[in-house]
Design a protein around this ligand. Structure first.
Ligand code: ATP
Length: 789
């Protein structure tokens, strides 16, 4: 009986490689061992399964050390023709039985997962055939009557239906955006146009997200083929962008770009058009990014996704029964879930077929919500030629077909919206402002910058605002998509500190119809103060909404703040480097202090992404007992380590995890206890954590969420202050936007303040991410860890 022997799980990577595959392998091997299974790696994908022998190897805990920071797949991948045919699969089945493997976890694209499902469906008949041919005995196959398979989607294209992200897609996107950012500098210097081709034959996700993140001038993706007049359309858009004084032109084109008749649109066609001497006559170059898009180490997001999905895959294969449908592990707006595999593969194939048949709207409908949402975001923030296809909110207006944002006269009702940053800078703040301003202008609203937070606003003398309040200059704002920091300036001061009456008077003076705030916990606190002061100051009876942006990710009302992804990437890069620095000495522990205030999110998530031996967070605190257990654990690890460790070990500690046990003290304790058998150092990355260039995730989410914020403010119309009673009574007139569970939600500030806020510790009452702690502890071999006190 299968239940009586020790479960044996195998993991393989198949199809094209993608960043994060190694994190999958590490997670499956370690989680499998933790669950008391034997874990095998099948090298070279299905090729290794068919060949057997040394291609199938049992893995130990230490074999996957260092895997998180390696790109590609360390167990190899291959395309295997033999597996398409039954004899190949028969051989694969035989090798599985000979190695006693009863469950298979496959990380690959839709082809690999289709092959896996076929293998599982045929499994009983393959075993029968092996017995009938005398290759195996009945007794040999008896424990393996049923095969459990779980899929993990490793693909840079993000082309599998049913999941918001595939493993590797965000790393590829990061690489693309990095390249586009580099190209932009030279494009601007020489006033050139660049046509950048990115991967994606049937799926325009990479191209679309890159266009959103970089604010590209024009975009071609297979799902949204261009009209017959695409040439005129593109030239007109670019001409208008140029006429505003823009010195660079970026056109992003997916490999599979088409026109509406299914004819290919190539980078050469686009280039010829832009360079045409009788037309725009732009000095135009083509850059085909090619395989750099696959390269490099995984970004923090992919490491987390791959690790959490790998852990979930092990649980899924162990829980599966003969009746369970084959599943794959998906993610929907931050939630790891199991979904039926073949339904997703079928839908994915349908998208490709629909594009082939030129049924583009149906193809688009099958893409997930985030894809279509981002598509709308691009249309709304980039002023390209297809915004007419984007339904506006309730007040339908004829969308501008071409060109730069132009103030519309026939809009709904024009509003004056004040934009303000509060708190410390965070990646994505500028992208959010850029998107908000673009949307406002296209909708006919006036977007007004309030510089340097409430302190800057309050620094106002007589009738002269000293430049604290200014209309945005679009040409300047247009270049902010990839800029870090806060271009309009930010400040931690709260309205009450600046003087609430003074702030209320200024809001009245400038006739703001709405406020759009972007910032961290201070911004949250600021909205709370403004909301509560409404009874005293009617000018504060205007709609206001907060887009959370802080590396600490401690704003109530959302599970995710802009800037936290950028911060995680910085921390991951920092930790990778520091770990590597120890490779010469080999026996060193680094105790790294992260920011985050009283919220341990970035410490924990960075710990997950770099494979920390221990993570200390304020939510748990630190006890002497915990420290003792960790020091003992490190001693054991180094005692067992006969020099095979390739790099140092990391301990991550949030800056406020304990008042007494600081990074330095913990490093000292470890050093003292190590008795020269290993070394220990503390290290504080400090403000590096705010990051330089914001990550594409932060930039894309900034665009999507900022537009939703302005759309929400828009619903109240102008002069809300003339209806103070109505506004005060409407809980949705002061809101915070967030990603919660599987949705983007706007929540009433009052509710969030009262029910979801731990004011003392300046963080949400519930730490949605704490469940990940057990994964960090398990994969860091810290599972028998003493409970926090
Ligand atoms: P990518 O997204 O990089 O294309 P993929 O997994 O879709 O990844 P494929 O080349 O389609 O890549 O598939 C990888 C391997 O999976 C194939 O070489 C083959 O061995 C196996 N495979 C794919 N499709 C099938 C199928 N229909 N039946 C059996 N095996 C298959």
């Amino acid at each position: 009986m299968a239940a009586q022997h020790k479960k044996k799980i195998a993991v393989m990577t198949s199809g094209g490689d993608s960043p994060g595959m190694n994190a999958v392998i590490r997670a499956v091997v370690r989680m499998g061992i933790h669950m008391d299974c034997d874990v095998f790696c099948i090298y070279e994908g299905y090729e290794g399964l068919v060949r057997g022998g040394n291609y199938i190897r049992q893995m130990g805990w230490e074999d996957v050390r260092g895997y998180l920071s390696e790109g590609g797949t360390l167990i190899g991948t291959a395309r295997c023709m033999a597996f398409y045919e039954r004899p190949g699969r028969l051989q694969g089945a035989k090798n599985m039985v000979l190695n006693g493997i009863d469950a298979l976890i496959i990380c690959g694209g839709d082809g690999s997962l289709t092959g896996a499902d076929k293998f599982r469906a045929e499994w009983p008949s393959l075993l029968e055939e092996l017995v009938s041919k005398g290759e195996l005995q009945q007794a040999q196959i008896a424990p393996y009557k049923h095969l459990n398979i779980v899929g993990l989607v490793g693909s840079i294209d993000n082309d599998l239906s049913g999941t918001d992200a595939t493993i590797g897609a965000y790393s590829a996107l990061a690489r693309i955006c990095e390249m586009v950012d580099y190209i932009e500098a030279t494009a601007s210097s020489h006033s050139r146009a660049f046509v950048i081709e990115v991967m994606g034959r049937h799926c325009g996700w990479l191209a679309l997200m890159a266009a959103v993140a970089t604010g590209a001038d024009f975009l071609f993706i297979p799902e949204k083929p261009r009209d017959d007049n695409w040439k005129e359309e593109m030239c007109q858009v670019i001409k208008q962008h140029r006429s505003m004084g823009k010195r660079k032109t970026i056109v992003i084109i997916a490999e599979g770009a088409l026109d509406k008749h299914g004819e290919k649109i190539t980078p050469v066609m686009v280039k010829d058009l832009l360079a045409d001497k009788n037309g725009l006559a732009l000095d135009t170059r083509i850059t085909t990014l090619g395989h750099v898009q696959r390269g490099g180490t995984a970004v923090a997001y992919d490491r987390m996704l791959a690790t959490l999905q790998g852990v979930e895959a092990v649980k899924a294969v162990l829980e599966a029964t003969p009746e369970t449908e084959t599943c794959f592990i998906a993610i929907t707006e931050n939630k790891i879930t199991r979904k039926p595999l073949m339904a997703a593969v079928k839908e994915t194939k349908e998208v490709a077929a629909l594009i082939e048949e030129q049924r583009f709207n149906e193809a688009m409908a099958l893409r997930d919500t985030e894809f279509s949402d981002q598509y709308k975001s691009y249309a709304m923030s980039a002023n390209t030629g297809f915004s007419d296809e984007v339904p506006c909110q309730e007040n339908e207006v004829s969308w501008l077909r071409f060109g730069p944002p132009v103030i519309m006269t026939n809009t709904l009702q024009k509003m004056r919206i004040g934009f303000i940053n509060v708190g410390a800078p965070a990646g994505g703040m500028n992208a959010a402002i850029r998107a908000g301003v673009a949307y406002c202008r296209t909708r006919g609203h006036e977007a007004i910058a309030i510089h340097n937070g409430f302190a800057g606003f309050a620094r106002h003398h007589g009738d002269e605002p000293l430049g604290a309040v200014r209309q945005f200059d679009w040409l300047e704002v247009d270049g902010w998509a990839s800029k870090g920091g806060s271009e309009i300036g930010t400040n931690r001061e709260l309205p009450e500190e600046s003087g609430m009456e003074h702030i209320a008077n200024l809001i009245k003076k400038y006739k703001f119809d709405a406020l759009f705030l972007i910032g961290g916990f201070e911004a949250f606190h600021a909205v709370s103060q403004l909301r509560k002061a409404r009874s005293q100051y009617p000018s504060l009876c205007i709609p206001m909404t907060l887009l959370p942006a802080t590396i600490s990710n401690n704003v109530p009302g959302t599970e995710y703040s802009l800037g936290s992804d950028t911060c995680l990437n910085e921390l991951v890069a920092y930790c990778d480097k520091i770990k590597q620095s120890a490779s010469a000495t080999r026996r060193r522990v680094f105790v790294i202090e992260t920011q985050g205030g009283k919220c341990g999110y970035i410490a924990l998530l960075a710990g997950l992404s770099v494979g920390a031996s221990a993570v200390y967070v304020p939510e748990e605190g630190i006890s002497l007992q915990m420290l003792t257990a960790d020091v003992m654990h490190l001693k054991e690890v180094f005692a067992k380590d006969k020099g095979q460790t390739r790099a140092g070990r990391l301990v991550l500690i949030n800056e406020k995890a304990s008042e007494t046990y600081t990074a330095k003290l913990i490093a000292d304790i470890i050093r003292e206890e190590a008795h020269n058998r290993f070394e220990s150092r503390d290290s504080i990355p400090g403000h590096v954590q705010q990051g330089g260039v914001p990550s594409p995730i932060d930039r894309c989410r900034a665009v999507r969420l900022a537009i939703k914020c302005i759309q929400h403010l828009e619903r109240f119309g102008p002069k809300a202050y003339e209806r103070p009673e109505d506004i005060s009574k409407d809980p949705m007139s002061a809101t915070v936007i967030g990603i919660k569970r599987s949705e983007v939600v706007l929540s009433a500030m009052k509710d969030v303040e009262e029910k979801e806020t731990d004011w003392k510790n300046r963080r949400p009452t519930a730490a949605h991410w704490m469940g990940i702690k057990s994964v960090v502890d398990i994969l860091g071999a810290r599972a028998d860890y003493p409970k926090p006190v």
